[in-house]
Design a protein around this ligand. Structure first.
Ligand code: ATP
Length: 345
């Protein structure tokens, strides 16, 4: 699936806001509570891995300045492996409050959908009680499902292919579902490049440290993060911290490259599975509002690496500008319209 090997130095997906709205108190009907049928309003940003959910959530939160983000990626809830699980950096958060991001100690065991429902539910109550808007952002559809349905049954995997009609449409929140979609072949090309960029940013060193500290793929929860099982064989053969830091022979390089190939393959497979789950939720009647980021991704991948050559610099700047224009036209503006409409309902 992946043709591109060399990392591209594309612009970060996070851009500074181009305009800001004045602070405004979201209409939560809080004065009318506790009317029995009142439901708190939440915005849920969904989509497969790598499709720009974090960028969109920051773009939205810097426009709707009374928002706070709750992470719904099942690997990013844990402390550690920040590069491997692709957590948004403090710098990229632009000061927006984030909840359930890197807070659970992997030593305390796996965060189940039930636990997520409970803790994210408390975070929503807290955010809403402060008259602010919760943005739920992350690719784990099982977490999103567990969080928002009225009655959650932990014993049923609603995404099990053999089960029909298992997804409930009775929700305990008033939800605005934004689905960021990118055509799968374009997304897979992007994901392969992203893996190279993550390796450039220290993913391998982070995984080495993880193994060196006695962790492995058998660790519940974070041990399943893509990157950990794929490097398992490699680290069994070349344990980090045992003086194997010298020149790499071709066998070692081959083992490394095989792990990287598997990471790319598994990341694309994950995106495909996540898309299947989103289609299942949509098919069951969840009102998912799709925004198409495919063109924005195509343009982003055309942005050349930084260069000292003036001509190349100019070309890169032009492409970056184009990329921001397309993102705003195709993704941000439609999303803002959808959220505005939802808040005014
Ligand atoms: P499943 O029921 O398959 O766990 P889900 O909807 O609950 O699906 P997903 O977010 O699709 O959760 O995660 C499925 C798997 O994908 C995880 O167990 C993990 O292997 C991998 N994964 C998900 N998010 C990340 C991430 N941020 N970094 C690395 N791997 C991830």
């Amino acid at each position: 699936i992946c043709h591109k090997i060399a990392p591209l130095h594309r612009p970060s997906l996070i851009v500074k806001p181009v305009f800001r709205r004045p602070n405004r108190v979201v209409r939560m009907d809080s004065s009318e509570r506790p009317s029995r049928r009142h439901k708190d309003k939440i915005v849920v940003v969904m989509g497969a891995t790598g499709c720009g959910k974090s960028k969109l959530s920051i773009d939205l939160a810097t426009r709707f300045q009374y928002s706070e983000i709750i992470n719904s990626d099942k690997m990013q809830v844990y402390k550690g492996l920040d590069v491997t699980t692709n957590k948004i950096s403090i710098h990229e958060r632009l000061g927006v409050d984030h909840h359930l991001l890197g807070v659970f100690d992997p030593e305390d065991g796996e965060v189940s959908p039930s636990k997520f429902r409970l803790t994210a539910g408390l975070a929503i109550s807290d955010i809403v009680s402060r008259q602010r808007l919760p943005l739920i952002v992350g690719g784990s559809n099982s977490f999103i499902h567990a969080l928002v349905v009225d009655r959650f049954n932990p014993g049923i995997d609603v995404f099990d292919e053999s089960l029909n009609n298992a997804v409930s449409t009775q929700l305990r929140y008033n939800c605005c579902f934004l689905w960021v979609d990118v055509s799968l072949p374009v997304l897979c090309d992007y994901l392969c490049e992203r893996v190279d960029e993550m390796l450039d940013s220290g993913m391998f060193e982070e995984l080495s440290e993880f193994y060196r500290s006695g962790n492995s793929a058998s660790q519940p929860g974070i041990g399943k993060a893509i990157g950990v099982p794929e490097f398992d064989q490699y680290f069994k053969k070349y344990p980090p911290g045992t003086g194997g830091g010298g020149a790499w022979d071709s066998v070692r390089r081959g083992a490394y490259e095989e792990a990287v190939r598997e990471i790319k393959e598994n990341t694309c497979q994950l995106a495909k599975r996540q898309l299947g789950k989103i289609m299942k939720l949509k098919g069951a009647g969840w009102d998912l509002q799709r925004v198409d980021a495919t063109e924005a991704f195509r343009v982003a991948m055309e942005v050349a690496p930084p260069s000292f050559d003036n001509k190349k610099k100019k070309k890169r700047k032009k492409k970056k500008k184009r990329w921001i224009e397309v993102w705003e036209r195709d993704v941000l503006e439609p999303s803002m319209k959808i959220v505005n409409r939802f808040l005014e309902e």
